[in-house]
Design a protein around this ligand. Structure first.
Ligand SMILES: O=c1ccn([C@@H]2O[C@H](COP(=O)(O)O)[C@@H](O)[C@H]2O)c(=O)[nH]1
Length: 276
């Protein structure tokens, strides 16, 4: 089954377009998991327990797992999320020359354990660098379009000789690369005007919209323009998973830490659903 069909089913089942970002910064993990075997996995397990009813998807960022224990934690996390019927989008922003890209894309294969259902990729090296990902027909491939960071404009807003902006060209190419119907776009909620414009350019491609929550992006625009036929994802990472930090600082219990994550996910779900 195609990733976007599966995502559609999950969005309907959970009545949510919330992507919960699993970015377990070791410096911010609560005391209760710090001395555990695989702290990041123990943290994610509790976050998933607290948030899965509100999650259309989990989005671990590979940056938080790129060491031997991290990869184990990631595999455990993917399996656990799947056990709750929630798909997993690995935010890895991959993109390299052909033979290297083919190796990177093996992360989507199930040969060595549970694998993510979708991945983010960087289009800077062009089509051949993304081909090995696109060929995984059943997996979602989210191409960076217009990112949410302040420096996103440095290159992405550059005007080409054709008069197009670079991000517009990327969006056009992503549409061309969508032979298997498995391409999505990453468009930040901090760039609401670009979100609206990109939606006009590609009415049928679902977006992953990061940047609400800690980055202060526009939640209404994220929903209004992020969804294609009701399918798309609005991500918050730190705003959900570390929502319990204040309670921990005030001496709250571990249960309260994770309850706060559940409440934060629910609040975001409710807010986004107002605009769906
Ligand atoms: O344009 C982009 C692309 C990816 N991200 C990633 O999303 C999360 C956002 O985390 P918050 O804590 O909700 O700010 C993180 O993994 C980023 O690397 C993005 O923010 N913007």
């Amino acid at each position: 089954m195609n990733f976007f069909d599966r995502l559609h089913d999950r969005i309907v089942a959970a009545d949510s377009v919330v992507s919960v970002g699993l970015d377990p910064d070791p410096a911010r993990l609560p005391e209760v998991v710090r001395d555990a075997d695989l702290p990041r996995w123990q943290f994610n397990r509790r976050i998933i327990d607290a948030t899965h009813e509100h999650a259309a998807c989990y989005k671990p960022n590979a940056a938080f797992y790129e060491d031997p224990d991290g990869w184990r934690a990631l595999r455990e996390t993917i399996a656990y999320a799947h056990g709750k019927d929630v798909p997993v989008l690995l935010d890895a922003k991959r993109g390299d020359i052909g033979n290297t890209a083919r190796q990177y894309a093996t992360i989507l294969d199930e040969d060595h354990g549970p694998a993510a259902d979708a991945i983010t990729v960087n289009p800077f090296l062009g089509r051949d660098s993304l081909e090995p990902f696109l060929q995984h027909e059943e997996k979602g491939v989210f191409v960076l379009g217009r990112t949410s960071n302040p420096g996103g404009a440095d290159l992405q807003d550059l005007e080409l000789a054709s008069g197009e902006k670079l991000y517009e060209r990327v969006v056009h190419l992503a549409d061309l690369w969508n032979d298997n119907g498995n391409v999505g776009l990453v468009v930040g909620a901090t760039a609401p005007e670009e979100l609206e414009e990109i939606r006009e350019l590609v009415p049928d491609i679902p977006f992953l919209v990061p940047g609400v929550g800690a980055q202060g992006g526009d939640a209404e625009a994220a929903v209004e323009y992020g969804l294609a036929d009701g399918v798309g994802l609005v991500n918050s990472s730190r705003g959900i998973i570390f929502a319990g930090e204040d309670s921990e600082a005030r001496g709250g219990s571990p249960e309260q830490f994770f309850e706060a994550a559940g409440q934060s996910a629910k609040r975001l779900e409710t807010r986004l659903n107002q605009f769906r």
